[in-house]
Design a protein around this ligand. Structure first.
Ligand code: URA
Length: 434
């Protein structure tokens, strides 16, 4: 087989055979296919797409060419949750302890933030002492005793994705739906869970900006998961403004703790209950998602979710006093209010730009491996549809210096739209792919 012929087949819109997919993935892992050929193939996939069968074969083969986590020593059905990435999305910090409090073991691998989106591992590391690099036997032992554990992805998980993603990043092919779906699902499959609840974000803060594109991604990911023998559902959720109010690591942990106390922003609580309910249904604990949401809400009201969060932080070496005193989390030295430039309805937030402002304050990374500052970020105080008076607070900037705060305030003022007509309030949960 020659890579040049496979590039030609994909360019002409033909379907790769399973053997061809194997050849490509082995060529990536063994580094026998040069980058220029892989880049050309990625572009051919970008324009011609992939059939669900090809995408399933690609994801399964990528998962097989690397470490595969075996969760079978942990009793029970293990359900993983994944978000395609957004701004202010801290649902994992709420959902994981709630689902564990409901009796479903949570054994999860998460990523770090990149670009405008945050990552669960960075958020957890804002808790002083929290260790995210447990060896797998230690992680499994913790899940068996505490019911929950969460670590960063091990270095050997899906090496093909690391190489392909780096190439996509510099060849304009990140936004290919089959390449996103296979990149995400290969890592999920290798993570070893029995089922997946996928939160596919739609809107100006998400990878995919339209409902149609997000639906296609969700459908393909669900097809890959099911064809690979795992229970899989996707929830399409709005990312046309930050989820909740906080953007930035310690700020988001504080908001997650407030949500577990029943004092969080309504949108964050709603999405956490929706995603957690799907996890309970996939795990076979509930048959009805509405009933499952009632159960999870009761675990917030009764404080069980917060108790599991505390035990989880302790088990991973973190300072669990942050649960009662979130002010022990890192905080930025300079806090500046952003005032509304006009009177009217808040009609839009430029969500991706807000994520980038938070990143530039130090909460995220432009390049893999960049250091981050856990205390900085933004708190959005008004949401789309809210009425604001001129000069009223619409956001707060948490920065390391007056100069950085001033730059961020100026940016936030370009990232908000105020108008005279009340915008329609769109639903947070847009749909399900089951
Ligand atoms: N997240 C991933 O893991 N891969 C992609 O391609 C996009 C988002």
């Amino acid at each position: 087989m020659r890579m040049v012929d496979l590039i030609g087949r994909k360019r002409d819109g033909l379907e790769h055979s399973p053997e061809e997919i194997d050849f490509i993935v082995e060529g990536i892992v063994n580094q026998t296919i040069p980058d220029y050929q892989l880049a050309a193939w990625c572009m051919a996939v970008y324009f011609q797409g992939m059939t669900p069968r090809e995408a399933r074969d690609l994801a399964v083969k990528m998962a097989a060419c690397g470490e595969q986590v075996d969760l079978s020593s942990i009793p029970g059905i293990k359900i993983d949750k994944h978000s395609t990435g957004g701004v202010g999305d801290k649902t994992s910090l709420v959902v994981a302890p709630l689902v564990a409090a409901a009796g479903i073991p949570v054994c999860k691998m998460s990523g770090r933030g990149l670009g405008h989106t945050g990552g669960t591992i960075d958020k957890l590391e804002s808790i002083p002492g929290f260790r995210t690099e447990l060896a797998l036997p230690e992680l499994f032992a913790q899940v068996k005793t505490v019911g929950i554990g969460l670590v960063g992805q091990t270095g050997n998980l899906v090496p093909a994705d690391k190489q392909l993603y780096a190439l996509r990043d510099v060849t304009g092919t990140v936004a290919s739906i089959p390449l996103i779906a296979t990149s995400i699902m290969s890592k999920k499959l290798a993570g070893g869970a029995d089922g997946f609840v996928l939160d596919v974000k739609v809107g100006n803060g998400a990878f995919l900006k339209t409902k149609e594109e997000a639906e296609k991604l969700g459908e393909l990911m669900v097809a890959i998961g099911k064809n690979a023998g795992r229970k899989t559902v996707a929830v399409l959720s709005a990312m046309d403004q930050p989820l909740g109010q906080a953007i930035g690591n310690a700020l988001e942990v504080k908001e997650a703790i407030a949500t577990l106390r029943g004092e969080g922003p309504p949108d964050l609580e709603e999405l956490s209950l929706v995603l957690g309910a799907q996890m309970l249904v996939l795990a076979g604990q509930e048959t009805d998602a509405v009933q499952a949401q009632v159960k999870l809400k009761a675990l917030i009201n009764g404080g069980e979710g917060l108790r599991v969060f505390r035990r989880w932080v302790e088990a991973q070496g973190g300072d669990a006093r942050v649960v009662d005193d979130p002010d022990l989390l890192p905080t930025a030295p300079v806090v500046v209010k952003v005032k509304s430039p006009a009177r009217g309805y808040l009609t839009a937030w430029e969500t991706e730009a807000l994520g980038l402002t938070s990143m530039r304050l130090g909460a995220g990374r432009a390049r893999k491996g960049d250091p981050i500052d856990h205390g900085v970020g933004l708190v959005i105080e008004k949401k789309i549809g809210d009425w604001v008076e001129a000069g009223e607070d619409i956001a707060k900037v948490y920065a390391n210096s007056e100069a950085e705060a001033a730059a961020a305030v100026a940016e936030v003022l370009t990232e908000v739209k105020i108008g005279t007509v009340r915008p329609p309030v769109s639903p947070l949960v847009i749909g399900y792919i089951i």
